[in-house]
Design a binder for this molecule. Structure first.
Ligand code: PHB
Length: 363
């Protein structure tokens, strides 16, 4: 029987266990959105994870939506990330980078020349973001023209290339949590006409073309994707038929032979189980359609993670908050040792406190 603690291989990436560090926004990038020495130390401390998915990282200046998140579009950012990947590899770990474009979850003060955020739509969500001035309502977006989408796809391709140059083992495309790619997927947001709006095939087109471009550049064996079929994160309504939408997406991704698919079950950072039958989603039906490694996430515990692996419901389990407060989470889970408590007020921004100062087991 397969165990959570068994090694495995996903695409071209060998892993020491099936325990994954989920991508976690920490807002500690230095000037010019470059990861600094503290981030090197933070990831080095967590290198015993079977796989680290580094925090959501914008693919272009227009992809940024929060203060001090790192980028992967300049040589300085590549050099900063190279120190992170070298540190993780020197400890025997593996690390991929999550490629991010926030779309309409942004504020003009974070964007070049005070530009409006871009999206599938010009409708503003009832959401907030964090800027130099603190928490503010997101700015009204501008709907991208169809003729701008090839350039956007090229930004993803370029970011994937730079991630490999920075020494990452691969990339995870962030198509979850109602950021740009999901703003195209869902009919609750996408109000376009033309080739990228309307039918499921049209709404899925941008994600599929992004995945094709990245896989052509770095190979499917170095590429994963994250989806969140049921989340209402950033006050965004669900699609009218998530089962059909995400089923289609997974079918379209099949020829790319991706390393993995990472699914957030239920509400991001919240309820895994929906309140009523109308909001139930059959994740197993998606899993059956996918041939790569299946990574699950959201509120897993030691017990439920072990059960998911042994039952064959997942190949990998991603942990978020437990990895923030427990750099040696793999060892603690293996030994069934107690976990450090999360300092929830130190998640976003600041320095070493609540970032690199969580203790490891000493004996
Ligand atoms: C956040 O910055 O709060 C954030 C970023 C990416 C996510 C979710 C939350 O997928």
């Amino acid at each position: 029987m397969t165990s959570l603690f068994d090694p495995t291989r996903i695409g071209n990436i060998p892993l020491t266990s099936r325990i994954v560090m989920a991508p976690l926004t920490r807002n500690r990038a230095l000037e010019a959105q470059v990861p600094g020495p503290l981030s090197v130390e933070y990831y080095r401390q967590r290198a015993s994870a079977g796989l680290i998915i580094a925090e959501a990282t914008q693919i272009s200046p227009m992809g940024q939506g929060y203060l001090d998140t790192p980028g992967i579009h300049t040589p300085e950012q590549v050099a900063g990330w190279r120190k992170v990947t070298d540190a993780v590899h020197s400890e025997g770990g593996h690390i991929v980078l999550q490629l991010w474009h926030v779309g309409r979850i942004s504020h003009s003060s974070l964007l070049p020349d005070g530009a409006a955020p871009v999206s599938s739509t010009s409708r503003r969500p009832n959401a907030m973001t964090f800027t130099k001035a603190g928490f503010v309502d997101v700015s009204a977006p501008r709907a991208l023209r169809d003729d701008e989408l090839p350039g956007l796809i090229d930004d993803y391709r370029h970011a994937a290339r730079l991630a490999m140059q920075a020494g990452f083992d691969g990339v995870e495309v962030h198509a979850a949590n109602n950021y740009l790619l999901e703003q195209f997927l869902r009919d609750s947001v996408n109000d376009r006409t033309g080739p990228y709006g309307g039918s499921i095939a049209n709404r899925a087109r941008l994600l599929v073309e992004v995945m094709q471009a990245i896989c052509a550049e770095i190979g499917g064996g170095h590429t994963g994707v994250r989806l969140s079929p049921m989340t209402t994160f950033s006050d965004t309504a669900r699609d009218s038929d998530p089962q059909a939408l995400y089923g289609y997406v997974v079918e379209q991704l099949a020829p790319l032979a991706l390393a993995y698919l990472h699914v957030i079950e239920g509400e991001t950072g919240g309820e895994r189980e929906p309140e009523d039958a109308a909001t139930r989603f059959d994740y197993e039906a998606l899993h059956k359609r996918f041939s790569g490694a299946w990574m699950v996430n959201n509120g897993y515990t030691r017990t439920s993670a072990m059960a998911a692996i042994t039952a064959g419901k997942a190949d990998l389990v991603a942990f978020g908050r437990p990895f923030i407060s427990n750099p040696d989470l793999v060892r603690r889970l293996r030994d069934d040792a107690p976990l450090n408590e999360l300092q929830a007020d130190k998640l976003y921004g600041g320095g070493a406190e609540g970032y690199t100062d969580y203790p490891t087991l000493t004996v």
